[in-house]
Design a protein around this ligand. Structure first.
Ligand code: F6P
Length: 541
């Protein structure tokens, strides 16, 4: 692997691959060579620093790392999340072909279909008003209480599919900070509110604490008995849900082979289903299923998640870029970068390989971003002229949902395309000088100012274009990124499906709670922690 990476580094310098601008000038067919079409999706990676030799090298890397074999093992339900002894089968949740998917010899599809049907009946009941609050009123507000994968997926998806939202209002409470639930409760009428407690483990302190606060809100307003009508739960831990007091008919299960950050397709998607209805939720699943089939069968040079993963690995480990920016030109994808942060960084932010050795090179990059055009007026300066190269990932629909605002969509498209063109082309010193001269600037000023107006260019980006952000299109986009994370994890040779890295902080927080409550001394902690505790307690009222 290491030898292959070194070879790729040599190929980059021998072929001057990072001179993307020159590559475009030399080859008029570059776009058609380095772009892929799948139905209405166009994936353009021609503005990345690739050429035939590099793509062959990356293909060889994928073969050596056994990416296709690992992919097939995932779809086959093998326990590839070996540190937790689990299969990884979020793909079964959207297996609309309904072909058997075996875990320990048992077909999981009947259970998957049964939960989906129960979610459908429940969401129909809430949407139509046949399932009412304790005082007989229709539910107008649904509040999802969850965190991480039990929050980011539904919150991001509900925003993304806002044009399809015709169900009750949705709210999301995640943070342990009491401000989050307090601000939400202020907006609610207990009689018309339904709380969904969403937690895979049903032990997460944030979710359990917020659920207890919400329960008190209902009990104080309507009495204890009303809790039954105003709560439901989504979890793999059915015994713990029962202990909380939520009736079995209001509990939607999923399974340990669904990772939290891959769970939007499971009952964790219930808020989305309530918002858009079960039919459109089905279209969302269908979009992801279409990508699963594509990922399994398309040849590498046509396979969008494979190419995206290989490019991600190339950027991180061959070219050494430490971050990547997710830049959707779609305001409704405003939480997509945050969603991908969890998906990608919780999956691939690992330091040891499958056999417990230090990762050879780097694992996953820092993922961040904001929708365009807002980001253009904030951090794009650094992407264009800063000293770090940051691969940018653009996404744009050909059609917005507001035909009456077509001109605004045209401005959006023009901006998106302008950014990737500017990143690639840049502006040379000569071009900067010529431009200034054409505006009548004097020679001395030109010499002084021109260097500040230079853009190095050759900054990589890739772009997704699609017809319109429908539930189907959205399901495809999310699944493409899921599989991209898989491909990169396979190349890093890590387990992308555990998350031990979040444990230590949780353990220490448990130990620090009695300290900040003033019940235990901070002695024994490091002097910084001791000092911080003292300052907080001194100021506490
Ligand atoms: O942050 C760790 C984590 O376990 C995530 O992987 C998960 O999505 C989140 O916490 C919430 O967990 P749960 O759904 O069990 O409450």
């Amino acid at each position: 692997m290491n030898a292959r990476v070194e070879q790729l580094k040599s190929t980059v310098s021998e072929t001057k691959a990072t001179d993307i601008r020159a590559a475009f000038a030399a080859d008029p067919a570059r776009f058609s060579k380095y772009s892929v079409t799948l139905d209405d999706i166009l994936f353009d990676y021609s503005k990345c620093a690739v050429n035939e030799r590099i793509l062959h090298g990356l293909e060889a890397l994928a073969t050596e790392a056994g990416v296709a074999k690992k992919r097939d093992a995932m779809f086959a339900g093998e326990p590839i999340n070996f540190t937790e002894g689990r299969a990884v089968l979020h793909t079964a949740l959207r297996n609309l072909a309904n072909t058997p998917v075996l875990v320990d010899g048992k077909d999981v599809m009947p259970d998957v279909n049964a939960v989906l049907a129960a979610m459908g009946a429940f969401s129909d009941g809430i949407r139509s008003g046949t399932l009412k609050g304790a005082t007989g009123k229709k539910i107008t507000d649904v509040i999802n209480i969850g965190i991480g994968g039990s929050d980011l997926g539904p919150v991001m998806a509900t925003l993304a599919l806002a044009p399809d939202h015709d169900g009750p209002r949705l709210h999301f409470v995640s943070n342990i900070d009491g401000a989050h639930i307090a601000d939400t409760l202020k907006l609610l009428n207990a009689e018309t509110s339904l709380f969904i407690v969403a937690s895979k483990t049903f032990t997460t302190i944030e979710t359990m604490t917020n659920a207890a606060t919400a329960r008190k809100f209902i009990a104080d307003a309507l009495g204890d008995a009303a809790v039954a009508n105003h709560f439901c739960a989504v979890s793999t831990a059915l015994d713990k849900v029962a202990a909380f007091g939520i009736g079995a008919e209001r509990v939607f299960g999923f399974w340990d082979w669904v990772g939290g950050r891959y769970s939007i397709w499971s009952a964790i998607g219930l808020p989305l289903m309530i918002a858009i209805g079960k039919e459109k939720f089905g279209e969302f699943l269908a979009g992801a299923h279409a990508i699963d089939e594509h990922f399994k069968s398309a040849p590498l040079r046509q396979n969008i998640p494979m190419l995206l993963g290989l490019l991600g690995y190339y950027h991180r480990n061959v070219l050494g870029y430490a971050t990547r920016a997710i830049l959707p030109y779609d305001q409704r994808l405003s939480r997509f970068p945050a969603y991908l942060q969890q998906l990608d960084m919780e999956s691939n932010g690992k330091g040891v390989t499958l056999d417990g050795k230090p990762v050879d090179g780097n694992s996953g990059p820092v993922v961040w971003g904001e929708p365009g055009t807002n980001g253009q007026h904030a951090f794009y300066q650094l992407i264009h002229q800063g000293t770090s190269v940051i691969p940018a990932e653009f996404m744009i629909a050909a059609n917005g949902h507001e035909p009456e605002l077509r001109h605004q969509h045209q401005l959006l498209m023009a901006n998106c395309l302008a950014q990737s063109e500017a990143l690639m082309k840049g502006r040379t010193l000569e071009e900067a000088k010529a431009q200034m001269a054409s505006k009548g600037m004097d020679a001395a000023s030109i010499d002084k100012i021109a260097p500040h107006r230079v853009f190095t260019g050759n900054r990589p980006s890739l772009t997704f274009v699609y017809d319109k952000m429908t539930p189907f299109a959205f399901g495809r986009l999310v699944a493409i990124y899921e599989h991209r994370v898989f491909v990169e994890g396979a190349l890093f040779d890590i387990n992308s499906f555990d998350q031990w890295g979040v444990e230590l902080g949780k353990e220490l927080a448990t130990g620090l709670l009695p300290v900040v409550e003033g019940k235990e001394s901070a002695a024994g902690h490091d002097s910084s922690t001791e000092g911080l505790v003292a300052a907080l307690l001194k100021a506490a009222k």
